[in-house]
Design a protein around this ligand. Structure first.
Ligand SMILES: *Cc1c(COP(=O)(O)O)cnc(C)c1O
Length: 497
């Protein structure tokens, strides 16, 4: 299987190279030349398998230049016993025909673990082939979930090191605590005086700084960002869509062939794009329901074909979806326009220049067939959490509630009663203040106190991984200015061997 770029269809690189490079040199994203097919026999075979076995089956189709041993080691290391349930991605049944796929049972309690637990193993195996003898240093700027998930993924993986920068006042107490108590011999965490953009710009400046690069090259170290545009992060997300379908067949909730809808709380468009790929591969999936918060640039795009990021950025109670540029959308557009790389280059040149582009009628029609889009404000998000808890004694986080609410809107607007999987992307304890307030409680300034109150009120236990951070020793308390970030990176890398 070879990969081309969304901005150069003539390219043909192997999976290893696509993963090591992350982005294509032309600025495009890597996509497979051809999607593998998953037919009835394939899905039925998945039914009897464990999650790691299902992952192996699917990943093998895409990462064809990896050995079976490499893939087996990767799925075992990622999903074997790192999750707080052997199912890795368990399904909760709320009412007939509505299922919640819980993707937050990994070590950081958010869905980023599904990909970031396995990416480091892909990356180190791929590097042995593509750039033998090199080690990788991951630098990441984070506004919350990604940094912690990357730290947990790369922790003590040989041949790698990772440093994460976060805005001093821009993450929640729980998130800060999760990062500053991070364990592992190859990790560092540092606060930056400034906002997320300052962190991001600081990291970008280090990536492109000649002096830093040549110093690292002399030590056989290359930089990488492991960001969500990497094919190695997208590919493991396709697994849980095939897996959830097989699981519903196995549990006799559906018969093979019945189409199910999927509702996804969307930010960067990675998660829902993986659902699109699963559908295109043959998994019987009906509508893809794209749910946004008040940063509803995707809702407008899917409805009108106009992508316009010239709008106010809103801070919401579902902060992991506070995004105005959905990078992975480029892959979808490439497929929907008939893989016309010239069209894609044109749209993204317009986006860079004017912050806006409009796709053609062919793409608009395809968008309408495949997707339904909607959004939900903070107040309705909270009402949804409260309503679902009252009706079903099921506690969901703010991001999941956005998807649940948009699904309700979809059903009301269309009358489509097909079974639907709501994708749940975070533990309710990760966004504990908003969740507790949604149940009518008054959040304490200390998030861990609020978590105890929420446990008392609901009986739903706090994941151990989160509870433990309260008493773990803080290892990282440095705070630097943006200009001091290169020095912090060099100091950290001096200690890494
Ligand atoms: C990252 C994230 C999302 C958004 O996922 P995308 O793949 O970027 O669309 C939604 N919810 C949570 C909790 C997240 O961490």
């Amino acid at each position: 299987m070879f990969y081309k770029s969304t901005r150069d269809g003539g390219l043909a690189v192997g999976a290893s190279e696509a993963i090591v490079k992350g982005l294509s040199a032309d600025g495009g994203l890597f996509v497979p030349h051809e999607l593998p097919r998953l037919g009835e026999a394939d899905i039925m075979r998945l039914c009897a398998m464990t999650y790691p076995e299902r992952a192996l089956e699917i990943l093998r189709l895409f990462l064809t230049d990896f050995t079976d041993d490499e893939l087996k080691n990767a799925v075992t290391a990622a999903y074997g016993d790192n999750f707080d349930t052997p199912e890795a991605a368990p399904i909760a049944h709320l009412l007939t025909g509505t299922y919640v796929l819980e993707l937050w049972h990994g070590p950081t309690c958010a869905f980023k673990d599904m990909a970031l637990q396995i990416l480091p193993h892909f990356l180190t195996a791929a590097m042995k082939r593509v750039i033998p003898g090199k080690k990788v240093a991951i630098l990441t700027a984070t506004s919350g979930d990604t940094g912690k998930a990357a730290l947990e993924g790369f922790k003590d993986v040989p041949g790698t090191s990772i440093m994460v920068f976060y805005p001093e006042d821009g993450v929640s107490e729980m998130q800060k605590r999760q990062m500053t108590t991070q364990e592992g011999g190859n990790v560092a965490v540092c606060a930056v005086r400034g906002n997320f953009d300052d962190c991001q710009n600081g990291v970008k400046a280090i990536f492109t700084d000649r002096a830093t690069r040549s110093e690292l090259a002399a030590r056989d170290i290359v930089f990488s960002s492991a960001n969500s545009m990497n094919w190695g992060r997208l590919c493991p997300q396709i697994v849980y869509y095939a897996s959830v379908y097989a699981e519903l067949v196995k549990n006799k909730e559906i018969e093979y062939g019945e189409k199910i809808n999927i509702a996804v709380p969307t930010g960067n468009f990675g998660n829902i794009l993986a659902a699109y790929y699963a559908k295109e591969m043959g998994v019987p999936i009906g509508k893809l329901i794209c749910a946004s918060n008040a940063n509803n640039v995707l809702t407008d795009f899917i409805k009108t074909g106009v992508y316009d990021r010239n709008r106010r950025f809103v801070t919401t109670n579902s902060p992991s979806m506070d995004i105005l540029i959905s990078s992975n959308l480029e892959r979808l557009l490439y497929h929907l326009c008939g893989e016309d790389d010239g069209a894609v280059r044109g749209w993204f040149a317009e986006l860079a220049e004017k912050g806006r582009y409009e796709v053609d009628d062919r793409v608009k029609a395809r968008l309408n067939e495949l997707f339904y889009a909607g959004w939900c404000n903070d107040e309705d998000t909270k009402k949804t959490i409260g309503g679902v808890f009252e009706d079903y004694s099921y506690l969901m986080d703010t991001h999941t509630a956005v998807a649940y609410r948009v699904l309700e809107d979809y059903r009301r607007a269309t009358g489509d009663g097909a079974r639907c999987v709501v994708v749940s992307t975070a533990s309710p304890y990760k966004f504990v203040s908003a969740v507790y307030e949604a149940l009518g409680g008054e959040a304490s300034p200390d998030e861990f106190d609020t978590a105890s109150l929420l446990e008392e009120k609901t009986g739903a236990g706090m994941p151990r991984a989160l509870a433990e951070t309260r008493d773990k020793p803080v290892r990282f308390c440095d705070i630097v200015a943006q200009g001091e970030m290169p020095g912090a990176v060099m100091d950290f890398l001096k200690e890494i061997r």
